[in-house]
Design a protein around this ligand. Structure first.
Ligand code: SAH
Ligand code: SF4
Ligand code: F3S
Length: 459
C-alpha cells in the first residue's frame, strides 16, 4: 500500500516542565509528521500518546504515574472500540528513571530520553513488537536528524517561537537533577541556529526565545571557526529580516559575560526582560547550593545590567527550605528581593531529589517551615509584580500580538516584559508589533490601545 493511502495516525503530546520540553514536543511532532502522524487535540483520539515529562521536583515526577494510570484506562476504552493505542514516556523522568517506569507503570510501550528524539520513528516500530527503553546519550547530534516543521505548521504555532541553542548543564547545583537528566553542556553551531531562525522568520515568526538549561553558557562554533558567545549570537540573529524581538532563557548569574551585558545596551531587538534565577539571598545557602556566587555578586551584576539597559525588568526562581536554611537565611532572601524588585517570578519549596547531594544533607527543613516561608516570599513577590504592572499603566510599549484574546473581538499579545496585553482595537493582525498605550491593569493582563504617534515606546 502506498504511504499516502494510509489513514493518518494521530499523536497527542503532553508536556510538563520547562520551555525546553515545549520545544522538544514540537520537534517530536515534526519527526513524526513524515511517518504519517497528525497532531490530535485530545489524548482520547490519539493512536500514540507521548508524556513529555519533568523530573525537577517530586510532585512533577509523581504526576507522570497518575497520568499513566489514566492513560491505561483510556487505552482499555479505545481497545473496546477496536482501536490500538501506544503510550510513550519522554523527557526528564524517562531519562532519570528509564526501565523503572516500565516496572512501575504497566502499559508503557516506549521510554525515550531527550537525546534520542530523532530516533522516534525507528523506536516506535520496534515498540510495536517489544517494550523499548532508549536513554542513551548518543554520539550523533539529534538536531542534525530532526526535520523542520512545514511552513504551515510553523505559522499555526504563532509568531513567537522557541529555539533551543544549548542543552545540558555543568553547574551541578546541589539540589538539581538537570545535569543528570540532560547531560553535559553542549551548544549548537551558529550556522545551524541561523538556518533554523531564518526558516522560522520566513514562515512569519517575529520573536525568538533562545532556549538552554544554561543558555548564557552558550559557546557555539561560529561560521568563522571561532567559538561564539550568546551576545554575538544575538547580534547575528537580530540581522534576520522579520525578527523583531529576541529573548533568552534560562541564565545563570555566573555566565553573564561583558558581551552579553553589552548586547542589552546595543541591541534594540533584545527585550529588556531577563530571567536571572538567584534561588536564595543567603551566602551560606548559596554556597551550600554550589551556586558559585554571593548575594552581593548578584546585586552588583543586576546593577551592571541595569546600567546597560535602564528599562530592564527582572524575573527569578527561588527555593525555600533548602537543607540548613534558618530564619536568618530566609530573611536574607527577603532582603535581596526587596533590594532588587522583581517583575515576575517562580518560587518553590525545596524538594529532595534522589541522587543529588542536597538530598543527603543533614538538617532537612520540615515541610511546614518550607511552606510558611514560601507563603511569606510569594506574598512579597506578588506585591512586587502588582506594583510593576501598575507602573506600566499610562506607558507606551510595543506589543507583539500572538493570539486571539480572551473575549470575542479581543486580540492578545505580549509586552516587552512578557506581560499579556489585551485590546479591543480593530485591524490588528496576529504577528503585528504595535505601539500601545497601557490603559488598565487586570489580575493577569494589561489592557491597551494603539497609539498613532510613538513618542517614547519601550522596545
Ligand atoms: N537552569 C536554571 C533552572 C532550572 S530548573 C537555573 O540555573 O536557574 C528551574 C527551577 O526549578 C530552578 O531555578 C529552581 O528554582 C527550581 N528547582 C530546581 N530543583 C529544585 C528542587 N530540587 N526543589 C525545588 N526547586 C527546584
Ligand atoms: Fe540546575 Fe543549577 Fe544547572 Fe540550573 S544551573 S540547571 S539549577 S544545576
Ligand atoms: Fe523539568 Fe527537565 Fe525542564 S527536569 S524543568 S523538563 S530540563
Amino acid at each position: 500500500m502506498h504511504e499516502n493511502d494510509r489513514q493518518p495516525r494521530k499523536v497527542f503530546i503532553r508536556s510538563y516542565g520547562c520551555q525546553m520540553n515545549v520545544y522538544d514536543a514540537q520537534r517530536m511532532a515534526d519527526v513524526l509528521a513524515p511517518e504519517g502522524f497528525v497532531e490530535a487535540e485530545r489524548a482520547e483520539d490519539a493512536d500514540l500518546v507521548v508524556l513529555n515529562t519533568c523530573h525537577i521536583r517530586e510532585k512533577a515526577a509523581e504526576k507522570v504515574y497518575s497520568e499513566l494510570g489514566r492513560m491505561r484506562v483510556m487505552r482499555a476504552e479505545r481497545a473496546a472500540l477496536g482501536q490500538n493505542t501506544m503510550i510513550a514516556v519522554a523527557g526528564c523522568v524517562a531519562q532519570a528513571e528509564g526501565a523503572e517506569i516500565m516496572k512501575r507503570a504497566h502499559g508503557v510501550d516506549l521510554v525515550v530520553g531527550p537525546q534520542s528524539y530523532h530516533r522516534l520513528p525507528e523506536l516506535l516500530s520496534r515498540a510495536s513488537r517489544e517494550k523499548v527503553v532508549d536513554t542513551d546519550f548518543p554520539a550523533d547530534d539529534k538536531f542534525d536528524h530532526l526535520p523542520a516543521a512545514s511552513r504551515a505548521k510553523t505559522l499555526a504555532r504563532g509568531p513567537a517561537a522557541f529555539l533551543t541553542v544549548q542543552e545540558g548543564c555543568d553547574k551541578f547545583c546541589t539540589f538539581c537533577v538537570v545535569p543528570y537528566t540532560r547531560g553535559a553542556e553542549t551548544s549548537r553551531a551558529v550556522a545551524k541556529i541561523v538556518a533554523e531562525a531564518e526558516r522560522l522568520a520566513d514562515a512569519g515568526v517575529r520573536e525568538l526565545t533562545l532556549l538552554g538549561q544554561n543558555v548564557n553558557a552558550f559557546h557555539g562554533e561560529g561560521p568563522d571557526g571561532r567559538i561564539w558567545g550568546l551576545g554575538r549570537l544575538l547580534h547575528r540573529l537580530a540581522m534576520i529580516p522579520g525578527i523583531a524581538r529576541l529573548r533568552y532563557t534560562t541564565s545563570h548569574p555566573r555566565d553573564m559575560d561583558d558581551e552579553l551585558i553589552a548586547a542589552h545596551r546595543d541591541l534594540a531587538e533584545l527585550m529588556p526582560y531577563l530571567h536571572l534565577p538567584v534561588q536564595s539571598g543567603s551566602n551560606r545557602i548559596l554556597a551550600a547550593m554550589n551556586r558559585q556566587h554571593t548575594a552581593d555578586d548578584y546585586r552588583r551584576l543586576v546593577e551592571r545590567i541595569r546600567v546597560a539597559q535602564p528599562e530592564l525588568a527582572l524575573s527569578s526562581d527561588f527555593i525555600t527550605g533548602f537543607p540548613g536554611e534558618t530564619d536568618a537565611d530566609f530573611e536574607d532572601t527577603m532582603r535581596l528581593v526587596r533590594d532588587i524588585g522583581y517583575a515576575s517570578t517562580f518560587s518553590f519549596k525545596y524538594s529532595a531529589r534522589p541522587g543529588t547531594p542536597a538530598a543527603e544533607m543533614d538538617e532537612q527543613v520540615p515541610e511546614n517551615v518550607k511552606s510558611g516561608r514560601l507563603h511569606a516570599l510569594q506574598a512579597l513577590l506578588e506585591d512586587q509584580r502588582q506594583t510593576f504592572n501598575r507602573s506600566c499603566v499610562g506607558r507606551v510599549m510595543n506589543v507583539l500580538f500572538d493570539r486571539a484574546g480572551r473575549h470575542p473581538g479581543q486580540v492578545a499579545g505580549r509586552s516587552p516584559f512578557l506581560q499579556p496585553v489585551q485590546t479591543e482595537a480593530r485591524g490588528i493582525q496576529i504577528g503585528d508589533v504595535v505601539a500601545m498605550r497601557i490603559t488598565g491593569n487586570g489580575t493577569n493582563s494589561l489592557f491597551g490601545e494603539p497609539v498613532d504617534e510613538v513618542m517614547e515606546a519601550v522596545a
